[in-house]
Design a protein around this ligand. Sequence first.
Ligand SMILES: C[S@@+](CC[C@H](N)C(=O)[O-])C[C@H]1O[C@@H](n2cnc3c(N)ncnc32)[C@H](O)[C@@H]1O
Length: 350
Amino acid sequence: MTLGSNTVQIEDIAFGGAGVGRTNGKAVFIPYTINGETVTVQITERKKNLDRGRLLEILKVSPHRVSPPCPYFTKCGGCDYQHIEYEEQLAIKQRQIVQVLRQIGRLQNLNVLPTVAAPAAYGFRNRITIHSDGNRIGFFERQSRNVLDIETCVIASPTVNEKLRQIRTRSLADGEHRTLREEEETRTFTQTNNAVAKLLLDYVADHAKGAVLLDAYCGSGFFSHRMASRFRRVVGIDWSERAIETARRRADPNETYLLGDVGEIINESLTSHQPDCVILDPSSKGLDDRVATVLNQFAPPSVLYVSCNPSTLARDLGRLRERFRIEAIQPFDMFPQTAEIEAVALLNRK
Ligand SMILES: C[S@@+](CC[C@H](N)C(=O)[O-])C[C@H]1O[C@@H](n2cnc3c(N)ncnc32)[C@H](O)[C@@H]1O
C-alpha cells in the first residue's frame, strides 16, 4: 500500500540500521539512507509514534556513501551497511550504543570507546545458514521468508563460499536449511568472525584480574579455557550439554564446567567459589532478573559483560549500576556490513 511520498532529511542512523528523519514532526525510518542525506521516500507504514518508508531517490548524497559490492544488497536480509564506507560504519555503531544506553538504560556520560575495526570488512563469516524452497538455495529476503537465490556471499569466508558452491550442485527440499561452517565438527555456539573474536578475547583477557574467574554463559569455554593458565581456578556455566561436554573434554585441571541455567546456579557458584572476576556473555536476550539481582547482592570485584545486543546490555547495566561503576564500554565490529553490534562493558564494584 502506498501512503504518499515525502522529502526527508536524514538526521541519524538508528540501531537496527535504518536512517531516521522527520515528516511533520514524526520520526520516519528509511533503510539504506545515511545521516546528512536528503531523500525522497515512499511511506509504507504509519504507526502511532513512527512511520516507515522506502527510499525512492537521493537528492543530496552523503560523502560516506559507497557502492555496495554485493548484487543482492537491499534484497537479501543479511547486510544493512554495504552502502556506507567502513570507517563510518564504526562511528555509527559507537553512536548507536551511546543512544541506546541513554534511551533504554537511562545511562549518560559513559565512556563508550571507538569501535574496534574488523581486520577484514568482507569475507569474514566462518559460518552461514542457507535455506531452500525446493528451487532456490540462499538467504531469506529482507523481512520475509522468501528464499533469495544466492551464488556467493561477500561477507562469508572463501571456505564457506566454496561449501555454498558445492551444496548448490545438489538439491535441497523445500523448507530444508543447512549451516555451512569452516569447521564442520563444531556443533556448539562459536564466535562468527575469527579475527575479531581473537581481538575480543585479548581485550577480555587483559581486563580480567584476580585468582578465580567465573565464566557465565561459557559455551565450550571460548574465554575461560584460553584464560585458565592465568587463574588459580576457572569455573564455567552453560546450559548446553554439548558445549559443556566439549569444555570438559579439553579442560585443564584448574577448570570446572557446570551444566545448568545461569539464573538457577549462579548464586551457589558465587558463594562457593568467591570469584574475583565474572564474565557474562549471554545470548541477545541478556541476563534474566535473577542473575542481575544475585550479582548486585554478591558484588564480585569486577564484571566483564560481553554483549551482542545493546538494548539488553543497556537494560542490564541499568540494573547493575546499583553496585557497580561502569568504567568503559568497548564496541567490537564482529559483524561488518550488518547492523549487529558486539560490545564489552567493564564494571568494577563501587
Ligand atoms: C553468546 S553465546 C556465548 C558462548 C561463549 N562465551 C563463547 O564465546 O563461545 C551464549 C551462551 O549462553 C548459553 N546460554 C544462554 N542462556 C543460558 C542460560 N540461561 N543458562 C546457561 N547458559 C545459557 C548458550 O548455550 C550459549 O552457549
